[in-house]
Design a protein around this ligand. Structure first.
Ligand SMILES: O=C(O)CCC(=O)C(=O)O
Length: 263
């Protein structure tokens, strides 16, 4: 995908003011077919990479019932989250496409790495709800908080498929708690989040910029069809991992080589 047809300055300005911005449809049918097939191949164990993080949907569809630490549990399309997809050449090629490069450089500058490249899927059986959260804070273990994620719909994601929902401009108030992550119920009540929900339904191939501090969430999928999305957290290459119990993470630099044309 080239940057042609995407209003990059407009998207960046909207992102800064609102904490999110639509880029429009950036992935064409052929790219979508490759990304969807690769998502299924990874879940079904037909393509295997060392070190991927897998988490299955909860049995109930409720976030509080998620089970942690099991990794890949066998072939299934009921995984809700797969991380470290930067190691996969198909996803890697997509996250380095030219339109993303223009946006990312416009916001973060020239030296860029990624914190995570993640599939968030909601299976045809309903998936798992994701509560209000922010993607930063001590929980992320970095010397500075990331600010930019680019989310791509791999399938049509109408409201009833569990589209991303946001509280417009909520990024401007910073972190709700120093830890980051899930927003405590009392903070959500105080911010009257339920009265200020903006749903962001998306067509397959659409990309949306999401500020890491933006309050966002997504519900269950009642469409009976799988709902897959791929999201990448880009960081400045100067970002350092602060963890001490294990060797600090080194982040994969991106946009260093001429990006292969994923389209
Ligand atoms: O796709 C979703 O349901 C949520 C994605 C998300 O929370 C994120 O990109 O940080």
């Amino acid at each position: 995908m080239s940057g042609d047809g995407v209003d990059i300055p407009g998207a960046i300005a909207h992102f800064r003011e609102h904490g999110w911005a639509r880029m429009g449809v950036v992935a064409g049918d052929d790219v979508l077919a490759k990304l969807r097939a690769r998502a299924d191949d990874i879940m079904m164990g037909r393509v295997v990479h060392e070190g991927l993080f897998f988490q299955r949907d909860s049995e109930t569809g409720r976030y509080v019932d998620l089970v942690f630490g099991r990794g890949w549990e066998g072939p299934s399309l009921d995984y809700r989250k797969i991380e470290k997809l930067e190691v996969d050449p198909v996803f890697r090629s997509w996250l380095e496409n030219e339109a993303f490069e223009l946006v990312v450089r416009g916001i973060l500058g020239d030296q860029v790495a990624i914190y995570r490249a993640t599939l968030f899927t909601k299976s045809a059986r309903g998936g798992t709800e994701l509560p209000w959260h922010q993607d930063g804070g001590n929980f992320w273990g970095l010397d500075r908080d990331p600010e930019l994620q680019i989310w791509t719909a791999l399938d049509d994601v109408p409201a009833e498929a569990g589209c991303v929902e946001i509280v417009d401009r909520s990024h401007a108030a910073g972190l709700a708690t120093p830890l980051g992550g899930t927003i405590p119920a009392d903070r959500a009540l105080a911010r009257r989040a339920e009265d200020n929900v903006t749903p962001l339904p998306a067509r397959a191939g659409e990309a949306i910029l999401i500020h890491n501090y933006l309050w966002h969430r997504s519900g269950n999928n009642s469409t009976g069809r799988t709902r897959r999305a791929f999201t990448v957290s880009y960081i400045t290459a100067a970002t350092r991992c602060l963890r001490t119990r294990r060797a600090p993470r080194q982040f994969v630099r991106v946009f260093e080589r001429a990006s292969e044309d994923a389209t």
